[in-house]
Design a protein around this ligand. Structure first.
Ligand SMILES: Nc1ncnc2c1ncn2[C@@H]1O[C@H](COP(=O)(O)OP(=O)(O)OP(=O)(O)O)[C@@H](O)[C@H]1O
Length: 269
């Protein structure tokens, strides 16, 4: 029986995005000729400023502004930060955006130099390509030994969601068209499967190093199990060959996240 318990203990990195003053900004709201639409992507009005930000966006995309800075000046509350965020969002979901309020610098326990260094490192993203060990297959069954709630007593075919799963154990049966294997599950892995609402019939990928669970879709072979499925349900083939494969994956992280990972490795926690 293969072991997934170590996997469940692996360190994971969660990016938290709080709802804030700029959560409605999804881009600069420009059309294909880089003209500002009246209201688009959370942006309203400020047409010349948004068009100007569009020019900066083009320079960034063309790699002509690397290593330089842009100073946006204006009255308080007129949308300078919103424009900067609009540029970052237009560059793609993985583009980091870090903002610092001057007042924070004076109230932090950190030295000002350290706080500014952290902010810069939060704003610099790197793409890391690596070959990862992936376990990819169709879920035959998930059983949890000691379910928390009475309603799921006696084992379940789907992982429990939300509830604390620390100390839980269970088994995950995965198959490809050529083989079937039962994996031992630890508490964190059960939680990860629950978060993704994984159930039998789903085709999933597990990153062995990080413990990340990705739901690839529902198996075509199980498409007749339900009369109705949601409009976003994606049907995929049951994978073939070995369950365990090596695949190239790309991680996008900020320099600050790398610092956090490194400090956890050598830390005293
Ligand atoms: N054109 C716009 N469309 C929609 N929302 C906007 C627009 N401009 C600004 N906002 C929103 O108005 C609020 C104030 O804007 P913002 O914080 O960007 O101003 P600022 O110029 O950076 O202010 P300060 O100088 O005080 O830092 C924010 O919630 C921002 O998202």
């Amino acid at each position: 029986m293969a072991e997934l318990k170590r996997l469940s203990e692996s360190r994971d990195l969660t990016r938290i995005e709080r709802i804030g003053a700029h959560s409605h900004i999804r881009g600069l709201g420009l059309d294909s000729s880089m003209e500002a639409r009246d209201a688009s992507e959370g942006m309203v009005g400020q047409l010349p400023a948004r068009r100007g930000a569009g020019l900066i966006l083009q320079l960034i995309r063309q790699g002509k502004i690397a290593g330089r800075a842009v100073l946006i000046a204006g009255q308080p509350g007129t949308g300078k930060t919103a424009l900067a965020m609009g540029i970052a969002k237009s560059l793609g979901a993985e583009t980091p955006f870090a903002s610092v309020a001057a007042s924070e610098l004076f109230s932090l326990d950190l030295s000002k130099t350290e706080a500014l260094t952290q902010a810069f490192r939060r704003a610099i993203g790197v793409r890391i390509k690596e070959e990862a060990e992936i376990i990819e297959g169709e879920v035959v069954e998930i059983s949890v030994d000691r379910p928390l709630s009475a309603s799921s007593a006696g084992g379940s075919s789907g992982a429990p969601s939300g509830a604390t799963t620390v100390g839980k154990s269970g088994r995950l049966t995965l198959k490809t068209t050529d083989m079937e294997t039962v994996y031992e599950l630890g508490g964190k892995m059960i939680e990860a499967l629950g978060k993704e609402k994984v159930q039998s019939g789903d085709v999933i990928a597990l990153d062995k190093a990080s413990g990340k669970v990705t739901k690839l879709g529902r198996s075509i072979g199980r498409s007749r199990d339900y009369d109705a499925v949601g409009p976003h349900t994606k049907f995929v083939k049951c994978p073939d060959g070995e369950l365990q494969k090596r695949k190239e994956v790309v991680h996008c992280v900020t320099l600050h996240e790398i610092d956090v990972i490194n400090s956890r490795g050598s830390g005293t926690d």
